[in-house]
Design a protein around this ligand. Structure first.
Ligand code: GLC
Length: 687
């Protein structure tokens, strides 16, 4: 059951697809207080209450015990103290033996989530502007609640099948030769690969929708050559358009009046990678249509996937913030130079980027009337994603395009995926990546993953290997790293063979993982879930923070610590452990419910599978297009006949038919009799 309560003057954020009339009764359960223009909701939490949700945010799967703030931010360098990341996903689930309640704040402005931070027994959620719709969801189970929320906000984005392949990316690839060399190194060593991302260096002076004529003399031919090798190019597009007369996207944007404005009516400008930029007013339908069509030259060149970046929007500086900092420096210079003055000086310069005064000076015109940016800040990235997706649909309505964005808001999950932003090559960020996954899924973002290996800092061989072991299971499996960091392609490392073997497991599992993903997406389910969703009565499972349910029947428990030779795993029921070393090399170990210490050498990682549920493996291959998904090996711990419906489709059609795409795999109980591992069947399946 879903009920809607309106406050102030909510605007259409595109988050919700179900139209519900607002209730006339007051909001139940919560104590409401008005603070200035804001609205606060508070709720007493019972000692055993667990909170899930908030999608992309720091800290645990259970969000209790910290304060988060929905304010999309460019936060290179985030740690567990960072209250705001790149996205705002205002959906929270309260879960205890006494209560199961979903709360969605459809609020495009800043929202503070004090979840047991000020007082450990109280949640206080504050909408700072107070113009919002609140939705309360009540169902009888966690999965039903997640499904209800998805029905409210719409079906998750479907990527093309090739987007489940391994993607190599690096900030710095600057020419066709360089990309060809990357592909060559992968192919020569048989490291599977489906795509290479082009970061800003493919552009002329970092200007969107351009590419360097000398470095990429014939992009169409290049993309065609790559596709012949089953490789897709995935260029980046940033939010800002450089303000340069004679540069077509700027000229057409200016002529159409499509940029965000300042109070005096002039275009708002700020510097990002290309220098001074104007910012498309994505909240306007006509500006979105214009921007979505700017992708055409790249689409015409055969590009089928993009990543949208810097769309919080990130602002490096404006003329205003720079002069203010210099003025402050001059003032400080007049006084005595002491440590306090030095802090002020630093602060003056640190606040140049992403400054609130700048965000307050931007105006959007969604229906012709001005709306100040800070009131709708969290929509910007989502509406950029929408502009792109709408553009792709106009360009080719019969094809799924790959699209993932850095910034997002609920609603954007219908149009694209997200990556988790600029993480570091830190073990703590490996754990953080894992913990974000189920909450992103709960908020609708199924196609997601982190920068494997870490974006900032220098990765080590073992850390990259452990990142890849998580990446085997994340829908977006992309190795990405920052300029000036250590080279991070698999082939750069002495242990490249074990990394290759790890990626080979992804390809052996790809038909199965794709099936699990598509079924979750098409049935409004979750690909990754907290264990609580499957074992709500098991307090150990409910509190598990480093294992995730995957698809209908699997559980992952990656190694997240440096120098570990294994880890403890909690099994909420009897399961089969598949300990992988490569696509063809794995152990099958039946384990009982309870705690287990699992040995996992650097090249080993486990997948746990519920009893009587098969996992299907294909022979693997070097590209998703080359996998034989008709000839499979079913691995199953079983004590009865079992069946699995494998989802298969053409990988690109935007409206696949779920029923028609299912092929039934049946394994009879005797398949397990007489097998090498008692009770475990290994059966060949031909479809
Ligand atoms: C941002 C992105 C990162 C990208 C870089 C250069 O930091 O998050 O992924 O590599 O910009 O474009």
């Amino acid at each position: 059951m879903i009920k809607k309560y309106s406050f102030g003057r909510p605007m259409d954020t595109d988050a919700v697809v179900q139209s519900l009339p607002p209730e006339s009764e007051p909001l139940p359960y919560f104590t409401l207080t008005r603070t200035g223009q804001g609205v606060s909701l508070s709720l007493a939490l019972s000692p055993d209450e667990v909170l899930f949700g908030l999608g992309e945010s720091v800290r645990g799967i259970n969000k209790r015990g910290f304060r988060y703030r929905s304010w999309n931010s460019d936060v290179f360098n985030h740690t567990e103290s960072t209250e705001s990341l790149y996205a705002s996903h205002n959906f929270l689930v309260f879960f205890s033996p006494e209560r199961l309640l979903g709360l969605f704040l459809d609020d495009p402005g800043p929202v503070t989530w004090d979840l047991g931070y000020t007082r450990s027994d109280t949640a206080v959620i504050t909408s700072e502007f107070g113009d919002l719709d609140i939705y309360l969801l009540e169902e009888d189970s966690l999965p039903a609640l997640a499904r209800a929320f998805r029905r409210l906000t719409g079906r998750s984005y479907l990527p093309p099948r090739w987007a489940f392949g391994y993607i190599q990316s690096r900030w710095g690839y600057a020419s066709e030769q360089e990309v060809r060399a990357v592909v060559r190194e992968h192919r020569a060593r048989h490291i599977p690969l489906d795509a290479v991302c082009l970061d800003i260096d493919y552009m002329v002076d970092f200007k969107n929708f351009t590419w360097k004529p000398d470095a990429f003399p014939d992009l169409k031919a290049f993309s065609r050559d790559m596709k012949a090798e089953h490789i897709r190019l995935v260029p980046i597009i940033d939010a800002g358009i450089r303000t340069e007369e004679g540069y077509a996207p700027y000229d057409s944007g200016k002529a159409g009046g499509y940029f965000c404005r300042k109070e005096d009516g002039s275009d708002f400008t700020a510097a990002v990678w290309p220098g001074m930029c104007a910012f498309p007013d994505f909240l306007r339908d006509d500006a979105r249509a214009w921007f979505g069509d700017l992708y055409r030259p790249l689409l015409d060149a055969g590009i089928e996937g993009f990543w949208n970046d810097m769309n919080e929007p990130a602002l490096f500086y404006t003329d205003g913030t720079v002069s203010k900092a210099f003025r402050r420096a001059e003032e400080l210079q007049k006084g005595s130079v002491d440590y306090e003055a030095m802090w002020f000086l630093k602060d003056a310069f640190n606040s140049i980027a992403n400054n609130m005064d700048d965000y307050r000076s931007i105006y959007h015109f969604p229906d012709g009337k001005p709306v100040r940016h800070d009131r709708v800040h969290n929509l910007y990235g989502a509406f950029m994603t929408r502009a792109s997706a709408e553009g792709f649909r106009r360009y080719d309505p019969d094809r799924r395009f790959l699209l993932f964005s850095r910034s997002s808001f609920i609603g954007a999950h219908r149009n694209g995926g997200v990556w988790q932003g600029d993480n570091f090559s830190w073990w703590s960020h490996l754990k953080m990546a894992l913990q974000m996954l189920p909450n992103l899924n709960l908020c609708g973002f199924l196609y997601t993953g982190c920068d494997l290996g870490g974006f900032g800092c220098n990765v080590t061989e073992d850390l990259l290997e452990r990142f890849l072991q998580l990446g085997v299971f994340t829908p977006l499996m992309r190795n990405h790293s920052a300029l000036h960091t250590r080279d991070q392609e698999i082939y750069r490392f002495s242990t490249w063979e074990i990394m290759r073997d790890t990626v080979s497991v992804r390809y052996a599992l790809l038909p199965f993982l794709y099936s699990e993903f598509m079924k979750a997406a098409l049935m409004d389910g979750m690909y990754f879930r907290p264990l609580a969703f499957d074992y709500p009565e098991d307090p150990r499972a409910v509190r598990t923070e480093d294992q995730l349910m995957l698809g209908e029947c699997c559980m992952i428990a990656p190694v997240l610590e440096q120098n570990a030779s294994g880890r403890y795993v909690y099994l909420p029921e009897d399961m089969l452990m598949i300990r992988f070393r490569s696509a063809a090399d794995y152990d099958l170990v039946p384990l009982g419910r309870g705690d287990h210490r699992i040995d996992l050498k650097l090249n080993e990682f486990p997948l746990f599978v519920k009893k009587n549920h098969p996992v299907l493996l294909c022979a693997g291959g070097e590209s998703s297009a080359l996998l034989d998904d008709r000839r499979l090996t079913a691995v199953c711990r079983m004590d009865r006949d079992v069946a699995y419906d494998l989802y298969r489709d053409d990988g690109i059609s935007p409206s696949p038919d779920l029923e028609k795409s299912l092929s039934r795999v049946s394994i009879s109980a005797d398949a397990a009799s007489g097998s090498a591992v008692p009770g475990v069947a290994i059966s060949e399946v031909l479809l």
